[in-house]
Design a protein. Structure first.
Length: 394
């Protein structure tokens, strides 16, 4: 069984690599192929009576690590400058407006039509309101740079704000000065952790001379994120700041105390670190969506009891997005279509525990929303006619 499992996973990952290579021409996000491939493997193993180990418990682990790597990979490609402050501001405000508007409208709908309490409704609405950077960032690689840059910022901010808002709601049985004080402490702590971690990890990146140096850095980044999660801190903020710091390390030469660091060595290693991060991100992301596709049941996708709700939620998602883009004077096409739900939606959904679970927001509904938003994105990218840039795609 071990050899069979190894053969299957190697073949699947090689097929995933082919999807990546051809995505720039087909314009179809590789996640669509990966989900279909995982689902097809499940059907084939049942038909051929092949037993594979139960890896369902690995999904949250792969999802968490994949989320960290995807945000890190995206932030490593961004260069900051004064001219881009407007873009960053639009990305942040756009992500915040879309998240809050979608979550509130969906929660009010659940509260009014389904008779669900407002707080449980809002907690269940947040996972469906967050743009999945795991799908959006790789898909945006085929867009022209300004649009690609916006998607990287927006989806990363959406993940960060979504996780922060979700944790806030889990704590907010009552909103009082103690809760607000706790949130302020969270912000101060993550800022301090980010500063110390960024300086320390950058120093290690430039000073480690051993031939194995990037794996420990990546492991430390994941470790710091995991520790922040234990204490309900917005750890993705650290990931985003760390990636931005490395990609803009040359701009720190103007800071006097940074002269103690050999920035030339760090700059030289950053490009190698980017390549290593890209390789690991491809591996973890592919494994996650293959496994998720493997555990998708046909009945979940075709469940008529949730299909109307899923269609209504998707309509709400893209309606809010159209208004968001209009408000911030951003191009409607192809940005309108890039609002997928995926990895972060799954991670937040499985984190909901009684008494906040709602029977209507179930695995079937989540699966249908993810599939529909991904298909709409794929169709939108194919039909939008935007010129794509030659280079890596995912």
């Amino acid at each position: 069984m071990e050899i069979t499992t190894i053969i299957i996973f190697c073949c699947l990952l090689l097929v995933s690599y082919v999807f990546d290579l051809t995505a720039s021409r087909t314009k179809i996000p590789s996640v669509i192929f990966l989900l279909l491939c995982g689902w097809a493997v499940k059907k084939a193993t049942v038909w051929l009576n092949v037993d594979l180990p139960d890896l369902y418990l690995a999904l949250p682990v792969l999802g968490t690590v994949g989320l960290v790597l995807i945000v890190l990979e995206g932030s490593l490609e961004l260069n900051l400058s004064r001219s881009k402050l407007e873009l960053v501001g639009k990305s942040f405000l756009g992500a915040l407006v879309a998240l809050c508007a979608t979550a509130l409208l969906l929660a009010l709908t659940l509260n009014y039509i389904a008779g669900v309490g407002f707080l449980p409704a809002l907690i269940n609405a947040v996972p469906l309101s967050v743009i999945s950077s795991a799908i959006a960032i790789p898909s945006a690689r085929r867009l022209i740079f300004p649009n690609r840059e916006f998607i990287i910022y927006e989806s990363s901010f959406s993940d960060i704000l979504g996780v922060f808002f979700f944790n806030f709601l889990l704590l907010s049985t009552t909103i009082d000065k103690n809760l607000l004080g706790y949130l302020l402490i969270q912000i101060v702590l993550i800022a301090a952790i980010s500063l110390v971690s960024i300086v320390s990890l950058s120093f290690l990146l430039g000073r480690i001379e051993y031939h194995v140096k990037f794996i420990p850095i990546i492991l430390l980044v994941v470790l710091i994120y995991a520790i922040t999660k234990v204490y309900h801190l917005p750890g993705l903020t650290f990931i985003l700041l760390f990636g931005l710091s490395l990609s803009n390390i040359s701009k720190f030469r103007k800071i006097s105390w940074m002269a103690r660091f050999n920035l030339s060595d760090i700059e030289r290693e950053v490009n190698r670190f980017k390549d290593m991060t890209t390789e690991f991100t491809f591996l973890v992301r592919s494994l996650f969506f293959l496994l998720f596709g493997y555990y998708i049941e046909t009945d979940d996708v075709l469940n008529v009891d949730t299909s109307l709700w899923a269609a209504a939620i998707v309509l709400l998602i893209f309606s809010v997005r159209a208004i968001q883009l209009w408000l911030f004077r951003l191009p409607l096409l192809p940005l309108l279509f890039i609002s997928p739900r995926g990895l972060i939606t799954i991670l937040l959904f499985i984190s909901i525990q009684p008494p906040y679970t709602i029977s209507l927001i179930n695995k079937s509904l989540i699966t249908q929303v993810i599939v529909l938003t991904s298909l709409i994105m794929a169709i939108g990218l194919i039909t939008s006619g935007e010129e794509v840039e030659v280079g890596r795609s995912a």
